[in-house]
Design a protein around this ligand. Structure first.
Ligand code: SF4
Length: 902
């Protein structure tokens, strides 16, 4: 066993961009690879991950996802060799195939017949090379990214208002603000470390006010002084109303507006016409007029306001207008470019911002320059010394997949993303790829819904194996550093793009030998012909030597943008944007009476290809679900705990019904994470309408008309097994990883007279009832009630168990999961298996609440009762729950508030 020194790197998940200290220890590989699998030669690695106390984004904190990074690095499921048409091959052959394919299609159909679809997970250096290849050498702007789905409305709003895509706020401003408004942002779950920073600020300064504007009563409401459950899609009315109110009260900063902006009169006229009274705005937004007035007064009376907004604003057919209506209020009051004040778009992905900086979207050029600006094109083409440069914008994500479907785009290279799960109308994206002439995918994961459609798979290095930089939500550039060797034939993404470029004959321009070289070129381009007109300027970084790049400390570019009142438009003035409110594109009707809203869960990331590998993270929400108001459930004739079908005009899925208490009437929430490898029918992207914002192209993930109906099953149940199972006759299934076992939830319509042979086939590998050598088969049948239980015990360890019932009254999974840790099942354990509940009730710790320390709900409820605990702090002292990332504190508070903790 050898232990390497801790490496300073950055978390690969959300846009907070937390610093991580990673300490890898390795032992020689003890096992041969499975038959047919390549030898990776890789030692077995264990990784200790802690927060970096010196990183300004997190000062040592990590959330549950960041803390579990070490559990996601196993090589199971990794793509380790290039594959062409299903056959493993080597890099030269794969590169030749990709280059020939792209060249042939470009020669026959022109450069716009090919496209790249990349990811906010890529490092800046990867993004830079991909963008340079597509725009400067292939000659098309058809490179878009999954960041289009996340924050492109904020980008478009920044460009309209400021003349450049600049986030004018930093995390420090949260510590200085006296009002923080969270709009369309469940910060507690989606940016947990930043949320904890806000929590600490409020603890230090109880006069700091927090307002949450969100249709759902999310976990972020835990610290809210005021929650406005705004009707879905009505934000522009709300902020136009605020603009009008501020103006009417004479609270605008006249000097700032006169000296540094244009367009105020028209924006105010539109605000007056569309949101001229608090009563009218309250009606339109579905709000209590007094609560709305309270918010307006708070905003008016708080000189230091940060309005933090996220996907609830951006993912809308009016997302750009929504963001501009927020920015308008900051411009009117001059609350921008000043300490503790500004509109703050927080990004979902770790390097969405870096992608924006290199121009890795179809609507940008590079280094904050514009495609449709001839001077910018000249600067970039001359700098790249490139043969070509596109004059027009390329296809944005939704249009891009439509163009693939229509056969206009004939070759697509997808890097580090899973669009068959994450795109709206995702079945259409799947159909598009299945008919595409050439689908190339570079990824670190072998089997995803999207890789299943690839002609060529190129193995990419994963987090921990690659080097480069990322830029977080506050413009802070940090290093991601490698601390593991890439396994098999995996390569960094920048290397793969450069190698394909050279194979296509672009022998100059792509001779990089390191991420450092790419970064220097990117920094030099940002400084080229930049006389201060573009705020994005990395000239200070452009001469870093290799040692300085290796040891680069996190640093923000742009100290406090707009502090001098100068914006990036040619006249130096910011623009008010007159935002005429409009409802979501598709209205509810009798057939589809509910709004489908999609989003993230606390412990999951994107399509679960990484967080799905951590049993600890899967424990919090192990099954696809839909959250619904109880009155809507009653009206739809469905019951909590049972399965329901969710249907939209674009698709349907099945999930278990929850009613968390967070949902308003006429809205349902479905997590975005499940894919077809984890469940039979829970890919919610397939249900989402593909309408987009006309400017940004961002899809309307937050508003698809839907209906919910009963999903009738004759039986339901679950199986836990140390080995993967083949499920028979399951009309519904989902799979999750436990600690040492797999968990399958399932349901079906065909009732068997005798479940025993079926159960034997599944758990025992045969249908004749003979237990395996050394094994005991425990079985309980109650034909009258339709209950069936079986367990296979081998060498006195639980190998697998299965529980079926016509109702959802099944045994506690948490207790059964704990039996897999027992090396010697007791007589009492066996009794419990047969009776379907623990003989000693305290053996059931309950569903996981605190993922960091694996503390269950029953344990917490018991401690609250036993020790008369009164606060999350007291719970933390006794059980550690809530003392690491703090993400579970809202749930701890709910348990404390429950009249009878159960
Ligand atoms: S908040 Fe969590 S997921 Fe986001 S960067 Fe920090 S540790 Fe990673």
């Amino acid at each position: 066993m050898s232990i390497a020194p801790a490496v300073r790197t950055t978390c690969p998940y959300c846009g907070v961009g937390c610093g991580v200290l990673a300490t890898a220890s390795s032992a020689p590989s003890s096992s041969a690879p499975p038959p047919g699998a390549p030898s990776t030669g890789a030692p077995s690695i264990s990784l200790k991950v802690t927060g970096d106390p010196e990183h300004p984004a997190n000062l040592g904190r990590l959330c549950s996802k960041g803390s579990a990074l070490g559990e996601t690095l196993g090589l199971d499921g990794r793509l380790l060799t290039p594959r062409v048409l299903g056959q493993d091959t080597d890099w030269p052959a794969a590169l030749r195939y990709v280059a020939d394919g792209f060249q042939r299609i470009i020669a026959d159909h022109g450069p716009d017949a090919v496209a790249f679809y990349v990811s906010g997970q890529l490092l800046t250096e990867d993004y830079y090379v991909a963008n340079k290849l597509m725009k400067g050498y292939i000659g098309s702007a058809n490179i878009d990214t999954n960041s289009r789905l996340c924050m492109s409305s904020a980008v478009a709003a920044h460009q309209r208002a400021f003349g450049e895509d600049i986030v004018p706020v930093s995390y420090d401003d949260l510590d200085l603000a006296n009002l923080i408004v969270l709009v369309g942002s469940n910060t507690a779950w989606c940016h947990p470390v930043l949320f904890q920073r806000i929590v600490s600020a409020k603890e230090r300064r109880p006069d700091l006010k927090i307002v949450v504007i969100d249709p759902r009563a999310t976990a972020s409401c835990e610290i809210a002084d005021l929650h406005l459950p705004v009707a879905a899609g009505s934000d522009v009315w709300l902020f136009n109303g605020l603009l009008h109110y501020l103006h009417e009260q004479g609270l605008g900063d006249r000097d700032f507006v006169a000296d540094h902006t244009t367009g105020a009169a028209r924006a105010l006229a539109v605000a007056h016409n569309t949101a001229g009274s608090i009563a009218a705005v309250a009606r339109r937004c579905g709000l209590d007029a007094a609560a709305l007035a309270q918010f307006y007064e708070l905003f008016a009376g708080s000189p230091r306001v940060v309005t933090l907004f996220s996907q609830g604003v951006n993912q809308s057919s009016a997302g750009t207008d929504k963001a501009n209506s927020i920015i308008n209020c900051h411009l009117l009051t001059g609350r921008i470019g000043r300490p503790g004040a500004g509109p703050f778009s927080i990004t979902g992905q770790p390097n969405a911002m870096g992608g924006r900086e290199v121009g890795g979207l179809a609507t940008m050029l590079a280094a904050h320059m514009e495609i449709e600006n001839a001077e910018h094109r000249r600067i970039v083409q001359r700098f790249w010394n490139s043969p070509t440069i596109p004059k027009r914008r390329g296809l944005k994500a939704v249009d891009l997949f439509e163009a693939v479907h229509a056969g206009q785009v004939k070759a697509i290279w997808i890097a580090g993303t899973n669009p068959v799960v994450s795109m709206p109308n995702a079945d259409r994206a799947r159909a598009a790829l299945s008919r595409c002439e050439l689908v190339v995918i570079s990824d670190c994961v072998a089997d995803t819904d999207t890789t299943a459609l690839a002609h060529v798979l190129l193995p990419a290095a994963a987090w921990g194996e690659k080097d480069g930089t990322v830029t977080n939500s506050e413009r802070c550039i940090s290093r991601q550093r490698s601390f593991l060797p890439p396994p098999g034939a995996a390569k960094p993404d920048w290397w793969i793009f450069a190698a394909v470029a050279r194979a296509m004959g672009f022998t100059t321009g792509f001779e990089y030998s390191s991420a450092h070289e790419v970064f220097l070129e990117h920094a030099r381009l940002s400084a080229t012909a930049n006389d201060g007109g573009r705020a994005f300027n990395l000239s200070d970084w452009a001469t870093l030597d290799a040692a300085s790049y290796a040891t680069l400390s996190p640093r923000r570019w742009g100290d406090r943008p707009f502090s001098d009142g100068r914006f990036s438009h040619a006249d130096g003035r910011a623009r008010f944007v007159a935002a005429t409110p409009r409802p979501p594109a598709h209205a509810l009707d009798a057939e589809y009476p509910l709004v489908l809203n999609t989003g993230r869960l606390r412990d999951q990331w994107h399509t679960m290809t990484r967080t799905g590998k951590s049993a600890r993270l899967m424990a919090h929400s192990p099954e696809p679900f839909v959250d619904m108001h109880p009155h809507d459930a009653k009206a739809a004739g469905v019951r909590v705990g049972e399965f329901v079908r969710i249907t939209t005009r674009w698709g349907k899925m099945v999930a278990r019904l929850h009613s968390s208490g967070a949902m308003p009437r006429r809205m349902i929430f479905v997590p975005m994470h499940w894919n077809d490898t984890m469940s039979g029918a829970a890919r919610v992207g397939a249900l989402v309408n593909p309408v987009v914002d006309p400017l940004s192209g961002e899809p309307e993930f937050k508003h698809t008309p839907a209906r919910v109906s009963a999903f009738e099953v004759a039986w339901q149940g679950f199986a836990l097994s140390r080995t993967p199972l083949t499920l028979e006759d399951a009309t519904y299934w989902s799979r999750t990883l436990g600690d040492g076992f797999q968990r399958y939830e399932m349901a079906g319509r065909r009732v068997r007279g005798d479940w025993s042979p079926w159960a034997h086939r599944m758990l025992n590998g045969n249908g004749n009832g003979a237990p395996r050598a050394g094994g005991d088969w425990l079985e309980y049948v109650d034909r009258g009630r339709g209950v069936y239980r079986a367990a296979l015990v081998i060498d006195n360890r639980l190998q697998g168990c299965l529980f079926l019932s016509p109702r959802p009254d099944l045994p506690p999974r948490s207790w059964l999961s704990s039996l897999f840790a027992h090396d010697n099942l007791t007589h009492t354990d066996r009794m419990g298996l047969l009776q379907g509940r623990p003989v000693d009730a305290s053996a059931d710790l309950g569903p996981v609440v605190c993922s960091c320390f694996n503390v269950g709900r029953n344990t917490i409820a018991h401690a609250i009762r036993e020790f008369s605990l009164k606060s999350p702090l007291e719970i933390g002292k006794r059980l550690r729950a809530g003392t690491n990332c703090g993400s579970c504190i809202p749930e701890l508070k709910a348990l404390l508030a429950a009249p009878e903790p159960a």
